[in-house]
Design a protein around this ligand. Structure first.
Ligand SMILES: Cc1ncc(COP(=O)(O)O)c(C=O)c1O
Length: 363
């Protein structure tokens, strides 16, 4: 929509010693419960962004009529900073891809774009300032959450004229308490996440709010995540709550195509590239749930895994569909899943060569 293509100077206001928060040990970290000492904030008014600053982490004061609270005009991103245990270097992974997707989400939601270099610079500067918060234990990372919200004080549905763009950081443990162990997934047959022509490929809060009801049903049945089917026929596999999905069928990797309803995962894209480079065949094609279940039963589908920044590569051990559970590979992590996980994490943490230039060194 409206584009701001200049780079602004970031003003920095550091915490006082008293304002610094207590850290918790790396082995006690959960996902998204604890936040660092500083945040980035920039405000949009009168058609332009202004006054970008890094400041002590703090509450916002919003008018009760702020438009985000009524019409859900909000977008966000999810990224991670990874430490290399040996050198202490900290890396982020393909940050310009997130900046690009953020602006695509902004466009879909009628929000202003953010200069991509400023988006990345703000993240880098913020991590440098909060470097003591990057956790060191394997499997822990510093999660990065760039967000934009509509702040104009107004009722009546229209695109807001004012916004906040902010970034917060959270030291995190694994997204699933199971870590790198197979997870059980519930196939949604009552509700849908989004539909063709909807906002599915934008990273906007409403897409997640709409998943809560069925996710609750899944949790009550003992499942951690929901696999969504297409909205029209409830026949084709789409994606999981916070990750894209891939299957290994007859030794080939298969994943649903991007049809506008699925988030264009950066991990998905990276894993597909890595898999092809390792010699695997990767097919982007529609996957019918009934056929998939048949392939699992016949042991032609030997592995399933989710890909996402928060979830990294998460092995899937079973699918629950229409009151029956179907186990994949005896609920064991398969060799292709393991190999891709090691390759991806190796690149992200600086342990493996980064031939694609995906890593950006922060510290
Ligand atoms: C709905 C959904 N799908 C897929 C993904 C994976 O995307 P990415 O690999 O860019 O993190 C996410 C991650 O945030 C997500 O929320």
């Amino acid at each position: 929509m409206r584009s701001m293509n200049y780079m602004l100077e970031i003003h920095i206001q550091l915490c006082t010693e008293d304002q610094k928060k207590e850290k918790i040990p790396d082995d006690k970290l959960e996902f998204g419960k604890k936040f660092t000492d500083h945040m980035f904030l920039m405000k949009y008014k009168d058609g332009k962004w202004g006054n970008p600053k890094i400041m002590p982490y703090q509450n916002f004061s919003l008018d009760p009529a702020a438009m985000v609270l009524h019409y859900g005009q909000e977008i966000f991103e999810g990224m991670k900073a990874y430490i290399n245990q040996e050198s202490g270097s900290v890396y982020i992974f393909r940050p310009h891809e997130n900046a690009e997707r953020f602006n695509e989400s902004a466009e879909r939601m009628c929000m202003p774009s953010v200069n991509k270099d400023l988006f990345v610079k703000a993240i880098v500067e913020l991590i440098k300032i909060d470097r003591e918060w990057v956790p060191k234990l394997p499997g822990t990372t510093l999660y990065i959450r760039p967000t934009m919200i509509a702040t104009e004080k107004a009722l009546g549905v229209h695109a807001s004229k004012e916004y906040y763009f902010y970034i917060i950081l959270s030291p995190v443990g694994p997204y699933f308490s199971t870590g790198f162990n197979p997870t059980k997934i519930y196939v949604a047959d009552k509700h849908v996440r989004t539909s063709i022509g909807g906002t599915g490929e934008a990273k906007t809060g409403g897409n997640y709010a709409s998943t809560l009801y069925e996710t609750q049903l899944a949790k009550e049945a003992g499942y951690s995540q929901v696999l969504w089917l297409d909205a029209k026929e409830r026949r084709y596999v789409e994606e999981v709550g916070a990750m894209n999905i891939m299957f290994v069928i007859n030794n080939e990797i298969v994943t649903p195509p991007l049809d506008g309803t699925i988030l264009q995962g950066i991990t998905r894209k990276s894993v597909m590239h890595l898999a092809e480079n390792l010699g695997y065949t990767v097919n982007e094609e529609s996957i019918e749930i009934e056929i998939l279940i048949d392939q699992i039963e016949k042991s032609h589908c030997t592995e399933a895994f989710g890909t996402g920044t928060a979830a990294s590569i998460t092995p899937v051990g079973s699918l629950f569909f229409k009151n029956k559970e179907y186990t994949i590979n005896g609920f064991e992590v398969g060799p292709i899943t393991k190999r891709l996980y090691e390759e991806l994490i190796g690149i992200q943490t600086g342990k493996r060569e980064d031939t694609n230039n995906w890593r950006m060194k922060v510290i």
